[in-house]
Design a protein around this ligand. Structure first.
Ligand code: NDP
Length: 310
C-alpha cells in the first residue's frame, strides 16, 4: 500500500497553501482536491480583498494560480474525495471515494465548509449575479444599493451591520419572531437605522433578469406575500463544516468544526492538523485560510522531524 509523508485533503486556499509550504519543505505532499476543486472561492466572481492583487482577481483565477504554485514545487495533485479514515493507528489509514486505500504519516485537513443555501432554483440561477453567501467578499459591489440578508444568527446580524455601512438599505429576512444571535449583535442590528427586520418572513423566490437580482418575493407566516426591491441577496443561514470523514477520531465542536489547539493547527490526534474553514467559524476569509494552511504545513514538518529524531 502506498505510504504518503504528507497527505492534504482539500483544494481551497488552505489546502493549496499547505501544499506550497509542504512541497518546499520536501514533504512530497499529495493533495486530494475533493468535491469542488478550488473550493468556495470558485463560486464567487471578483475577489478584491486578497492581498497582492491591487486590481482584484477572479476567484477561479486565484485558485488556479495557487494550484499551479503548489504544482510547481512538486505537489502531487489528485482528484478524489477522502470518505473514511482510521486515525487511531500510525501511519493513518485513508480511504477514497473510489475505494482505494493508502497510509499517511501526516494528514492536513483543509476540506472547508459549505455555505447553506435555501434550495430555491432562482438562488442557483443568480449565484454570483446578486446571490452571495459572503457579505465581506461581495458587499462592496452593492454600495449605495438595497440588499437583503437571510437569517437571524450572529453571522446574519454581523453581515447586516457590515452591509449597512455600504448599502442604502438592508432588509433582514428572519423566519421566526426572534433572533438566534447574541444579545449584543441583536442590539447592534436594532439600533442601525438603515436595517429593517422582516420578522416571520421566508423567501419564496429571488427575482431578476439578465442584469442579475432585482428583488425577492417573500411570504409572511400569515400567508401574505410581499416583494422587496433589492440588488443583493445574502445568505447567512449557517455553514456546514466538511469534517464527517474525520469525526470519529478528531474532536469537533457541537457544529462540527474541528477543534485545533490555540495558535496551532494541531488537533487532538498527533500528526493530524486542520486548516481553513473546517476549523474556523469566525474569520472564514481566503487569506486567513491560506495563513492557517501555511501553519499546518510547518506543524506537519516539525512533527515529522520530531518523529524521525525519536
Ligand atoms: P446559526 O446556526 O447560529 O444561525 C442560522 C440562522 O439562519 C438562524 O437564525 C436560523 O433560523 C436561520 N435559518 C436556518 N435555516 C434557514 C432557512 N432555511 N430559512 C431561513 N432561515 C434559516 O448560524 P451562524 O452562521 O449565524 O452562526 C454559526 C455559529 O458561529 C454560531 O455559534 C454563532 O454564534 C457563531 N458566530 C460567531 C460570531 C462571532 O462571535 N463574532 C460571528 C458569526 C458566527 P432559526 O433561528 O429559526 O433556526
Amino acid at each position: 500500500m502506498e505510504t504518503i509523508k504528507c497527505l492534504i485533503a482539500g483544494s481551497g486556499p488552505a489546502g493549496y497553501t499547505a501544499a506550497i509550504y509542504a512541497a518546499r519543505a520536501n514533504l512530497q505532499p499529495v493533495l486530494y482536491e475533493g468535491v469542488l476543486r478550488g473550493g468556495q472561492l470558485t463560486t464567487t466572481t471578483e475577489i478584491e480583498n486578497f492581498p497582492g492583487y491591487p486590481k482584484g482577481v477572479d476567484g477561479n483565477q486565484l485558485m488556479e494560480d495557487l494550484r499551479q504554485q503548489a504544482e510547481r514545487f512538486g505537489t502531487d495533485l489528485r482528484p478524489g474525495i477522502i470518505v473514511e479514515t482510521k486515525l487511531d493507528e500510525w501511519p493513518f489509514r485513508i480511504k477514497l471515494d473510489d475505494g482505494k486505500e493508502m497510509l499517511a504519516k501526516t494528514l492536513i485537513i483543509a476540506t472547508g465548509a459549505t455555505a447553506r443555501y435555501l434550495g430555491l432554483e432562482s438562488e442557483t440561477k443568480f449565484r454570483g449575479m446578486g446571490v452571495s453567501a459572503c457579505a465581506t467578499c461581495d458587499g462592496f459591489f452593492y454600495r449605495g444599493k438595497d440588499v437583503a440578508v437571510v437569517g437571524g444568527g450572529d453571522t446574519a446580524c454581523e453581515e447586516a451591520v457590515y452591509l449597512s455601512g455600504l448599502c442604502r438599505k438592508v432588509y433582514m429576512i428572519v423566519r421566526r419572531n426572534v433572533f438566534r444571535a447574541s444579545k449584543v449583535m441583536q442590539e447592534r442590528v436594532l439600533s442601525t437605522p438603515n436595517i429593517e427586520v422582516l420578522w416571520e418572513h421566508q423567501t419564496r423566490e429571488i427575482l431578476g433578469d439578465n442584469t442579475g437580482v432585482t428583488g425577492a418575493l417573500l411570504v409572511h407566516k400569515s400567508g401574505k406575500e410581499k416583494v422587496i426591491d433589492i440588488h443583493g441577496f445574502f445568505l447567512a443561514i449557517g455553514h456546514h463544516p466538511n469534517s464527517e470523514a474525520f469525526r470519529p477520531w478528531v474532536e469537533v465542536n457541537p457544529e462540527g468544526y474541528i477543534i485545533t489547539r490555540p495558535k496551532s493547527t494541531e488537533t487532538n490526534v498527533e500528526g493530524v492538523f486542520a486548516a481553513g474553514d473546517v476549523q474556523d467559524n469566525k474569520y472564514r476569509q481566503a487569506i486567513t485560510a491560506a495563513g492557517s494552511g501555511c501553519m499546518a504545513a510547518m506543524d506537519a514538518e516539525r512533527y515529522l522531524s520530531m518523529k524521525s529524531g525519536l
